[in-house]
Design a protein around this ligand. Structure first.
Ligand code: HEM
Length: 397
């Protein structure tokens, strides 16, 4: 267990891994927006935390001052990996590397590709529900957690049986980011696996993302293996924890709000706006940036090398940007949320994430239209880079 010092002052000493922040960051952001909208901490090497919609969106577009060369909310303790000199592009890169690596990925997540994964996702959701007990389940572990990893495995062209192993590696890297041994275990697992797959596909290409990346070129040269590995690793990491957290949070909300559940069952045409609202209210992803030059931002003296936390979840709860910001309004008409980020790094997998969230909710509600938290339910949350429930014990008639 990592020992943590309690936070005495959130404006000058915040800790995103503090249990109070993981459990209820919302009241902390509300307080900070009133008193100190750009907070600072000296912990974990130091960082600034933005809390308003206006500041987060401005910083996301200022790619000159805020670089993506380090996007980890919790700094890695070991030396950067020689195998991945560019990290995980496009997310961990600035232009020009960002521009062409993003372009390689986008076709895999276009609307038409995503449509082609829908039947398989729906079938998967049905099989998961078939496998659950008739009157109770863990909506996170038995359902939400099982969906995105299998869809990503399909896109990467890896066998379904490896899904649990993948999930373990991704959790090691993201959820246990301040436990160095787990980070190393997860990273080595992912890299070892991808290197093996890349070698196989160089000789025997299949119809999958790794094969395509292995046989593509940029500026007339084959793409370096380290870039291919970084892109494939990113798809694995970015596509799993995030979406499972979003599905889990939506089910957690519905388990506690029977009126919303009943309305969604009675008015299925609200599903599209409900999905956006769940993404806004329970946004899972916070990213980081590195300040490139000494500068004042929003009155704060930032120094080259400082870390800045892009608090997309906090921006989405800003009452200056959203009426009734803390409420889930299933039919919210205007919802310019930034759960997927904004600017050049806006989520490349958003079409896929939306489809998975919609299908997961549709299939659950079709079979389990009324459900609630179990009486003795202990709901546990993960936080840091990706926030979401890890256990949601529910019961249904
Ligand atoms: C609900 C689920 C998801 C959420 C909330 C989410 C959120 C985000 C956010 C906030 C960013 C911006 C990063 C930044 O500004 O630094 C991002 C980027 C990215 N996401 Fe997602 N994501 C989700 C699902 C997915 C899925 C399913 C994939 C597909 C594998 C994916 C792939 C990516 C990629 C490749 C980037 C990097 C884009 C770039 O740097 O140009 N994400 N995501």
């Amino acid at each position: 267990m990592v020992q943590r010092r309690p936070v005495a002052d959130w404006t000058t000493d915040f800790d995103v891994m503090d249990p109070a922040y993981i459990e209820d960051p919302f009241s902390i952001w509300d307080e900070l927006r009133q008193t100190c909208p750009v907070a600072h901490t000296g912990r974990r090497g130091g960082a600034w935390l933005l809390t308003t919609y206006a500041d987060v969106t401005e910083a996301a577009h200022d790619i000159g001052l805020f670089s993506s060369l380090e996007v980890g909310v919790i700094a890695a303790e070991e030396e950067p990996d020689d195998l991945l000199p560019y990290g995980l592009p496009p997310i961990s890169s600035d232009p020009p590397l960002h521009t062409w690596t993003r372009r390689l990925l986008l076709p895999w997540f276009s609307h038409s590709r995503v449509d082609s994964y829908e039947a398989m996702t729906r079938d998967l959701c049905r099989r998961l529900i078939d496998g659950m007990a008739p009157d109770h389940a863990d909506a996170a572990a038995d359902y939400a957690q099982q969906i995105p990893v299998r869809v990503i495995a399909k896109i990467l062209g890896v066998p379904d049986e490896l899904s649990d192993t993948f999930t373990g590696w991704v959790r090691d890297v993201l959820e246990f980011a301040d436990e160095p041994e787990r980070v190393v275990r997860g990273r080595d697992g992912i890299l070892g696996f991808l290197i093996e797959q890349l070698l196989l596909r160089k000789d025997d290409p299949q119809d999958d993302l790794i094969s395509q990346l292995a046989h593509t070129s940029h500026d007339g040269e084959p793409v370096e293996d380290s870039v291919v590995l970084g892109i494939a690793g990113l798809v694995l990491i970015a596509g799993i924890d995030t979406t499972w957290s979003a599905i889990g949070s939506a089910l957690w909300h519905l388990a506690r709000n029977p009126d919303d559940t009943a309305r969604l069952v009675a008015e299925p045409e609200l599903m599209a706006s409900a999905v956006e609202e769940f993404l806004r209210v329970y946004s899972p992803v916070t990213m980081a940036r590195i300040v490139t030059a000494d500068a004042e931002f929003k009155g704060c003296p930032m120094a080259a090398g400082d870390k800045l936390l892009m608090n997309f979840p906090g921006a989405n709860r800003d009452p200056a940007a959203f009426e009734r910001a803390d409420e889930v309004v299933l039919d919210r008409a205007h919802n310019r949320h930034v759960a997927f980020g904004t600017g050049i790094h806006r989520c490349a997998g958003s079409n896929l994430a939306r489809m998975e969230l919609r299908v997961a909710l549709e299939e659950w509600l079709a079979r389990i239209p009324t459900f609630r938290l179990a009486d003795d339910a202990v709901v546990t949350w993960a936080g840091g880079q990706v926030r979401g429930p890890r256990s949601i014990p529910v019961v249904y008639p």
